[in-house]
Ligand binder design. Sequence first.
Ligand code: ARG
Length: 588
Amino acid sequence: MNATQEQLKLKLEQALVAAFGQEYAGVDPILVPASNPKFGDYQANVALSLSKRLGQQPRAIASAIAEKLDVSDFCETPEIAGPGFINFKLKITHLEAQLNAIQADSRLGIPKAKTPKREIVDFSSPNIAKEMHVGHLRSTIIGDCIARILEFRGHDVLRLNHVGDWGTQFGMLIAYLREVYPEALTTANALDIKDLVSFYRQAKQRFDEDQAFQETARQEVVRLQAGAEDTLHAWKLLCEQSRREFQVIYDLLDVQVTERGESFYNPLLAAVVEDLAKSGLLLENQGAKVVFLEGFANREGEPLPLIVQKSDGGYNYATTDLAALCYRIQKDEAKRIIYVTDAGQTNHFAQFFQVARKAGWVPDDVELVHVPFGLVLGEDGKKFKTRSGDTVKLRDLLDEAVIRARADLERRLQEEEREETEAFISKVAQVVGISAVKYADLSQNRTSDYIFSYDKMLDLRGNTAPYMLYAYARIQGISRKAGINFSELGENVQVLLQHETESALAKYLLLLDEVISSVEQELLPNRLGEYLYELSKKFNQFYDRNQGVRVLETDEPLRTSRLVLCDLTARTLKLGLSLLGIPVLERM
Ligand code: ARG
């Protein structure tokens, strides 16, 4: 709810009491955006809901409220319509004043959170020596966007990369490393395995085929857990190589994330199991230590256990997450912990959240949120793969987007007979290609699966990054054409809203605050994407020769006022896109 809406709600609440007495204090006036802009900006539906209680016709109730209502500061006289809606239309002077205020504010009127919180965003989180796949790409893009929005709101955000850097698979990897790269273990040099993923595959094959090797691998696990120096060294080498490969992707995406992998919590795992035993929740089940869950059943309808210690004494993914949770609450003092993973892990999160709550580890003021997302599908609607059926390497996927963005750009330059430098072309291709991939993901409701299509995401028309980037560059073109720098328009210019497309654009500009608040709470970045897309369209209507207004060929004071509207649109796009992790281009 924005400031105007809050003010209106308050006035309605007061009028209700004035009209019907104190017992109507606290009744929700049911204020909502108008269903049709023809009727105004907001409507209150309270009269309809009170008809029974008051034993009166809704229209009569609406008039009684309207009579006690004084909103003349910022609204036209309210109108009663239909069965008893009270319609409000904001005064143009009110809109103008608000625009003047945001024009002078580098945050465009978006306040910081009243009570900043420490929040953790657990995202990206690939697994060492395994492929960083499209699921991790989604987690990286969505998690980064959520973190950016919370940071902009002034929260104290800890971005954590919960990499899978521990587990029995390391026994096999280290044993294999000793066999094929014995020298790597004795020199101080970094490991240089050409392809870590196929190394993993070969190690796995070796493990599956050879019993003696399995035994060696098992011994390596024991040595690793006991902290044997040479085994730890091998483990570190593998982690470092993976880390370098992940970093290439983070650099391409311009994403910052702090690594705190599963291994970090190793020293805390035994205590998790002990504490669960103390709280009386822990049971033995077929040699394993488990906690039985409520609301989860197996096929036979029997309650399902969450295993926290396997029969061989080893701990697992859930144990680590429980330990991480305690650490994040106690040491990091997080008040909201957000986990961004594919929807396939929904049960895992619901289960360990339940166990942690039952154990009394989650104080009332701490919120745990799993942010699930759907699958990435190929254009055939099936699992996303290369033509030959292999999984797509993220590096290749991003490079391909840039290559295609470059081809599109070169085609356009030729059509427009424009000459540009190589530096310009590669910069634009890079930004457009990467932004297109990010935006294609963020503009979808994350809970649904989405189809990965280079053609769609790179299209200059439609709800795409290139469309939005183009709208921004077009506005900058206006400033170049006028030979003025938007930032020099001054802070005290008077915005005037005369044309319909101007007030429509103005109202839209003033919605950003609400949109950001909603993303902050519901963690759905697509809301911000939709807003920016709609804003670009509203701008195009305003700037349209036929439907809209002239900007540069207009006399003062309208000319400056319209330039301010251009500037505000550009700044809103720039800010909104930056929260999605997308930089703007002055020209493209
Ligand atoms: N490494 C896991 C995976 O690749 C994701 C980890 C998510 N975070 C967590 N705290 N469980 O699926």
